[in-house]
Write a protein that binds this ligand. Structure first.
Ligand code: 3PG
Length: 306
């Protein structure tokens, strides 16, 4: 059995070594396709493998069609919006993610971005502190929970909104105040940390109407996906609300225009780096390899998403 790791943005070396260990201990062969620059390389590499590990690499219909022996694909990470689930399911290929494995890295980056924006992107001059400020968590999953925890450690007042968390005791146990609507969350949050996935239901939903509810000086921190933002409306709002700030882990499509107009209030990492720590790579990569071995050897389908 062949397991292909196809990563445009490779794992840390220690993570790849860990993946190799798990794969070879199971008697499988590891095939590495790192730093590929053209989709044709991915198409070629996937042809004869039974299993595939990816990060944000797009597993599109033509990749699935080329993968004649594919039985399982694991997205080493949380968001699986890069997988064409319809094609995979139609072909009988199991798709999984590795929830929680890279969450800490993303949560730490969210806090880092809050401080970076509060300190005027480290430009000389007085900034402000995050202690005593309100923090809204939009979606209380693995990352949201950690951001809440770290925000509280910094002395922030934390609110959260997540319609899928019906047991309110979870919020109480974390010392977090749940709110009843997304509008209420935005109106209460001096810092709004986004943790919703990109799905047909969420894409473009963070719009002008919602963002205009942020209090004076509010900052939107996006370590989720750029697709959930209505970028044209954000740009429009930023021209009207000269107090708002936006930090994003993945450059918005309109970054050049945003930077030209609002440089001191907008920041984007050059390449998505939320999960770019060796710890997160090791956790997610090894989890992905282990899930593949458990599936191929014992039929275990935990973390199946299709
Ligand atoms: C995720 O969904 O797990 C994160 O966005 C990390 O993505 P990456 O593995 O491409 O860095």
């Amino acid at each position: 059995m062949k397991v292909l790791v196809a990563t445009e943005k490779p794992f840390a070396k220690a993570a790849t070594a860990g993946i190799r260990e798990v794969v070879e201990a199971a008697g499988f062969e590891l095939v590495l396709l790192e730093n590929y620059t053209d989709k044709s390389q991915f198409v070629e590499a996937v042809k004869d493998v039974e299993a595939l590990i990816v990060r944000s690499d797009k597993v599109t219909a033509d990749i699935v069609a080329a993968a004649q022996n594919l039985k399982i694909v694991v997205r080493a990470g949380a968001g699986f919006d890069n997988l064409d689930l319809a094609s995979l399911t139609a072909k009988g290929v199991v798709a999984m993610n590795t929830p929680g494995q890279n969450s800490n890295a993303v949560a730490e980056l969210a806090l880092g971005m809050m401080i970076y924006m509060s300190r005027g992107q480290f430009a000389p001059g007085s900034g402000s502190e995050i202690a005593g400020k309100s923090l809204g968590i939009h979606a209380y999953g693995n990352v949201g929970r950690l951001v809440a925890k770290y925000g509280k450690a910094f002395g922030m007042t934390v609110y959260a909104y997540d319609p899928f968390v019906t047991d309110k005791a979870i919020f109480a146990a974390d010392g977090v105040t749940p709110v009843d609507s997304v509008e209420e969350l935005y109106s209460k949050s001096e810092f709004l940390s986004l943790h919703i996935p990109a799905t047909p239901k969420t894409i473009g939903t963070i719009n002008k109407e919602l963002l205009s509810k942020l209090p004076k000086g509010g900052a939107l921190i996006n370590t989720a996906r750029k697709e959930v933002i209505n970028e044209a409306e954000l740009e429009e709002l930023f021209a009207e609300r000269t107090d708002l700030k936006y930090a994003s882990d993945i450059a918005p499509s309109n970054i050049e225009s945003l930077k030209a107009k609002f440089a001191s209030r907008v920041f984007a990492t050059p390449k998505k780096m939320g999960a770019e720590t060796s710890e997160a790579n090791i956790n997610a990569g090894i989890a992905a390899a282990s899930q593949i071995v458990s599936f191929l050897k014992d039929g275990i389908t935990k973390f199946k998403v299709n």
